[in-house]
Structures are given as C-alpha cells and as structure tokens.
Design a protein around this ligand. Structure first.
Ligand code: LIP
Length: 272
C-alpha cells in the first residue's frame, strides 16, 4: 500500500513542480512586488506566494485532506487531515530568483505518517529536477534524461568541497562568517550559492562533498535531505544530533564523521 501511495505522491509532486516552474519562469514580472520578513534583506516576493498558492491548489484538487507546511503559510489546515503532509518551499533561493540568478529551486517534501517519503527539488533555469522516493533511490531529470544519483566517496576534509549558507541577521552572519573563515583554511574550498535545497542535491550528485548551515527551516531541508540519503549520503545535526535542529549537515558517508566533528568544534568556538 505504501509503495503505490508513494509512487502516486511522487508522480503528483513531479507534475506540480513542473507547472510551478512554468509559472515562476514564464510569469516572472520585471518589477515584482517584494516585502521583507525577519530583516530588511529577508525577502518574500509576490511569486513566492503565488507559487505556494498554486502548489496547495493543485494538491487539494486531488487530495483535499492533506496538510501543508509552507514557507509562506498560505495553506489552511484541513478539517479532517489525512496522514500526508506536504512541506513546501515555493522558491528556495528567493534572493537569487529576485535577481534572476539561476540558482533557485522549488522544493517539495512529502511526509506520510510523519516520515519523509518523497523529495522533489526542481531548478528550472538549470534544467534539472532532482527527486527521491524512500527506499527507491535518488535521480535527476535533465532535458528529459534520467540519471541515478550517487554521492562522492572517500573525501577527507583537506580534499573536500564544502558549501554553506548564511542567515539574514547581521549578528548571525558575523558568527557564520567567522566560522567559515577558519573552515576555508582546512577544506579544499567552499561555496555559498544561496539555495539550501539545491546544496543538498549537489551533495547527492557528487558536485559537493558536504554542505552545512545554521538555522534552516523544515521546508529548506525536507526534500533535499531525502535525496542525499537515497544517493548514499548521510544527513544530521552536529555531534550526533538529528537533522531538524539548529544545525544541518549533509555529506558523503566517508566524510560525514570527520566534517561533523570539525564543524561542531568550530560551532562551539564561534556560536557560544
Ligand atoms: C535560503 C536558503 C539558503 C540560506 C538563505 C535562505 P530562502 O532560503 O535556501 O541556504 O543560506 O539565507 O535562507 O529564504 O531563499 O527560501
């Protein structure tokens, strides 16, 4: 039963990611309305809201009792909730979208009975859709071709390409910058591209060896974390914590323990 439910949820999520991509690319206004959230540089555009409304509407049309956890909070709880919850970041990498910078994605995670079963991350301007089904592997669709995803292996921190991201609060960015300034002297190199969901997918596809960040929300990591684990990688918090707390870490399985302890020690130095 779970397998056929998961397959139908994946099919629906992939189709919704496709129609949402079409809206975000084809209807992107030159002068879009934008508001700020937690700080003046924490943006939400009219298209973030429009995309989330579209996603919720499409799901409700076929699954009216499902629940939602969306970054823009546009969905009302159903009267008689099912065991399925959609965890949505309609535009992950909003600042990039606002600047027409291609590194942004639609992230859709689907939980069944509280456990993530489906992850879909679509990057329309990069012509790639990453997806995974629990126990079924992780894949990327690129211009109609499907490729199975597998993380890197065997990296050590001095040969690791590590991504991270920053929050929107200046005091938090000060600490994040100080931690990165030390990490960059230890790792092969670092990247900060601005979309957590895609950073997870890049670990899953071997384009990064690891990705860590402080302060992610469930919608930033729901889909991407499943894609990493289904590609053979490992995700978690730091120092044995589960994913979903203050810290998020994803890495290939060989590197995870080493980078976990390095980032953990740096977090104790710069975040306390
Ligand atoms: C973004 C994350 C990114 C982080 C940004 C921002 P948003 O999410 O994907 O990793 O560094 O500060 O939080 O706000 O664009 O959905």
């Amino acid at each position: 039963m779970t397998e056929s439910l998961n397959q139908s949820l994946l099919t629906l999520a992939l189709d919704i990611a496709k129609t949402t991509s079409e809206i975000l690319v084809n209807q992107r206004p030159e002068n879009m309305e934008v508001e700020s959230k937690s700080t003046p540089v924490d943006l939400v555009t009219e298209m973030d809201k429009a995309a989330e409304i579209h996603i919720v509407k499409r799901v409700k049309a076929v699954r009216p009792n499902d629940s939602f956890l969306g970054e823009e909070g546009t969905a009302l709880p159903p009267d008689n909730p099912s065991n399925v919850k959609w965890i949505i970041d309609p535009i992950d990498g909003t600042v990039n979208y606002f600047y027409n910078h291609p590194y942004w994605a639609i992230s859709i995670g689907v939980e069944v009975d509280g456990e993530i079963q489906i992850g879909v991350v679509a990057a329309p301007l990069l012509h790639e859709t990453f997806y995974a089904i629990k126990g079924g592997g992780a894949y990327v669709l690129h211009d109609g071709m499907k490729k199975k995803l597998k993380t890197n292996s065997g990296a050590t921190i001095d040969k690791a390409l590590v991504a991270t991201g920053f929050g929107y609060d200046p005091e938090r960015r000060k600490k994040q910058g100080a931690l990165l300034a030390e990490l960059v002297t230890i790792a092969r190199d670092t990247r900060r591209a601005g979309a957590a969901a895609l950073d997870f997918c890049y670990v899953a596809s071997g384009r990064l060896d690891a990705y860590y960040e402080f302060g992610l929300y469930p919608w930033d990591l729901a889909a991407g974390s499943l894609i990493v684990t289904e590609a053979g990688g490992k995700v978690g918090g730091l120092n044995g914590d589960k994913l979903g707390g203050d810290w998020s870490l994803a890495a290939n399985a060989d590197l995870f323990d080493e980078i976990d302890q390095i980032v953990y020690k740096l977090s104790q130095k710069y975040f306390n």
